[in-house]
Design a binder for this molecule. Structure first.
Ligand code: GLC
Length: 570
């Protein structure tokens, strides 16, 4: 067959690679999308896949494990299929990997994302939270660490790692600043929630100011920033194959500082991390103080990433030992006590209270009367999820999207739990996705509960903003989780819903209403992470090998403590 001919802009004919027939394209796509469970993210077993259980059990002290590994660069030896420079060359991207024309809004999305880039002394260092001239800026003119993550992933997937590297280095420098709220000094490891580039027109000089919580509404330090920083450093390393950044002494120290704050011994009786309300994406009072799922899942993922990034030397030994021990305890605790499915729900419903001693079944003395009515209807026969919070006599049964998706990506969820979470999403589609993906949490608090728990917050009224609002940024997390569990059709459905509105609505920050039908009351337009989240979701769906930079394989040596309740029939 003669090779097909394409006509270029200036009218010349050139030969292009034989385009696949529609039938071939459909077959390819179907094969990819209907791939059986558990996409094989890593092509070969490497340090990246090494079990942390293995590290602690087969080699003691763990340092020995490192000695036995050929050398530390093995950590990053399996980059196959992840790095694809410039495939989506931004707005000029002609076709996708499967020969389809890209969705028309992709070009607009790239343009908007590029407009949000912030430069510092002529180097790109991040993306601004939102460019909405119609609303008060507040701190939306800053580069938020958590908001930059989807932007960073989009750039990495597009083969543009420079901005990500600059961001990682710039925030690392900010970490070493002294951080104080009034007279009180924060931990050395705290990473900023956000930063801003200031331009002095007189001296023609740029400086950076950062916010570690001392300017934030509510004055809460962002516990999630440090975890995202570590997760992003691993994504950068995995995607580029450049180990030199993570191996810099400054980066190694940065990782240790972040984790030492979380791993220090104290009065804790649980391996989970005790937090103040509003210390993560939900950065206002929402009753997520204590042990919120979002932080616990990010903590677990950051610990696992750190284990891959820390060099096997004497300086890191104590930290690495502590990480390994914590990972064991944390996964046991989360899988046992945060997991809820219909059997577990029934067990809690029948709990006895006031038990004492080691034989107690109801260890945290949860009162069955505290079970909210909605949870009995919400819980499907097939499916389950990690609940919002567990502490003494307190279980927050709300569903939180980010924590559950990160639990899947980090393999904090066992494979059974991961597919149960996807089952739940499918069977509660109306509630959790509705008309605009995705609900940040479910259900919303109303009336008296809203008054008590949020302190009458007018921004967090029922089914708005953090209180049951729908956040398009969460689309990339759903997509990654869906691909990891071998169910990309779930992501495709959600992406199509988002595509029907996002551009038309100018990329809102969030949507309101039970079904997410209305642009949020105070939502910013051109919210960067809504744009980047969509692009990342699209790129991952088209090339699932991108998943490797943001997902970790199951740790084969970890004994799952709790499987989903398979025996339940209803
Ligand atoms: C809001 C969100 C927070 C986000 C910030 C910037 O405060 O609650 O998660 O980082 O806006 O977009």
């Amino acid at each position: 067959m003669p090779s097909p001919v394409d006509v270029t802009q200036n009218g010349n004919a050139r030969h292009v690679e034989a385009a696949p027939s529609l039938f071939e394209i459909e077959e390819d796509l179907a094969r990819l999308l209907e791939r059986p469970r558990q996409v094989n993210i890593e092509r070969k077993r490497s340090f990246d896949e090494r079990s942390f259980s293995e590290m602690s059990m087969t080699h003691s002290p763990p340092r020995q494990a490192y000695k036995n590994s050929e050398n530390s660069s093995r950590v990053f030896d399996n980059m196959v299929g992840v790095y694809s420079p410039g495939r989506w060359s931004g707005i000029h991207t002609p076709r996708s990997a499967f020969g389809f024309e890209p969705h028309p809004i992709i070009g607009d999305a790239w343009e908007a994302l590029r407009r949000s880039i912030v430069n510092f002394r002529e180097q790109p260092v991040g993306t601004i939270a939102a460019i909405d001239n119609s609303a008060e800026e507040l701190n939306y003119d800053q580069v938020f660490v958590r908001d930059f993550v989807p932007s960073a992933l989009a750039f990495l997937m597009n083969g543009e790692p420079e901005i990500v590297k600059n961001f990682l280095l710039k925030t690392l420098r900010l970490q070493s600043r002294e951080k104080k709220i009034d007279q009180f000094k924060l931990g050395d490891g705290v990473m900023p929630a956000s930063f801003k580039v200031l331009h002095d027109p007189v001296r023609n000089y740029e400086t950076i100011t950062a916010d570690f919580g001392e300017s934030a509404i509510g004055r809460v330090a962002p516990v999630d920033s440090g975890f995202w920083w570590i997760i992003l450093l691993r994504a950068y390393t995995k995607s580029t194959g450049d180990t030199s950044l993570a191996e810099m002494p400054e980066c190694q120290r940065g990782i240790r500082l972040i984790l030492e704050m979380c791993l220090s011994e104290g009065f804790d009786t649980f391996p989970t991390l005790l937090c103040a309300d509003g210390c993560s994406m939900i950065d206002r009072r929402m009753g997520v103080y204590g042990y919120p799922i979002e932080i616990q899942a990010l903590f677990f993922m950051a610990l696992r990433c750190a284990l891959l990034l820390l060099k096997p030397d004497e300086e890191n030994r104590q930290c690495t030992d502590a990480i390994i021990k914590r990972l064991h305890a944390l996964s046991f605790h989360m899988r046992s006590y945060f997991w809820l499915d219909i059997k577990q729900l029934n067990d809690i419903y029948r709990y006895k209270t006031e038990e004492y001693s080691h034989t107690a079944v109801n260890k945290f003395n949860v009162m069955p009367d505290s079970l909210p009515e909605w949870v009995f209807d919400f819980m499907p026969c097939r499916g389950g999820y990690f609940i919002g919070n567990v502490s003494p006599a307190h279980m927050d049964f709300r569903w939180f999207c980010l924590g559950n998706c990160i639990a899947i990506l980090s393999s904090l969820a066992t494979p059974e739990q991961a597919s149960a979470i996807m089952d739940l999403l499918e069977s509660r589609w109306q509630e959790l996705v509705g008309e605009m993906p995705l609900k940040i949490c479910y259900p919303a608090m109303e009336g008296h509960e809203w008054r008590i728990v949020t302190g009458c917050d007018p921004k967090n009224t029922s089914w708005s903003y953090h209180n049951g609002g729908s956040w398009p940024v969460l689309l990339w997390l759903l997509t990654a989780a869906a691909i990891k569990t071998g169910r990309p059709q779930i992501a495709r459905r959600a992406i199509e819903l988002a595509e029907s509105r996002l551009l038309k609505d100018s990329w809102p920050e969030y949507y309101d209403g039970k079904l997410g039908r209305f642009i949020g009351k105070q939502a910013r337009k051109f919210q960067t992470w809504s744009i980047a989240g969509y692009l990342v979701a699209r790129m991952m769906l088209e090339d699932p090998s991108h998943l490797g930079m943001i997902a970790l394989e199951e740790d084969k040596m970890m004994k799952p403590t709790m499987k989903r309740s398979a025996s339940w029939t209803c």
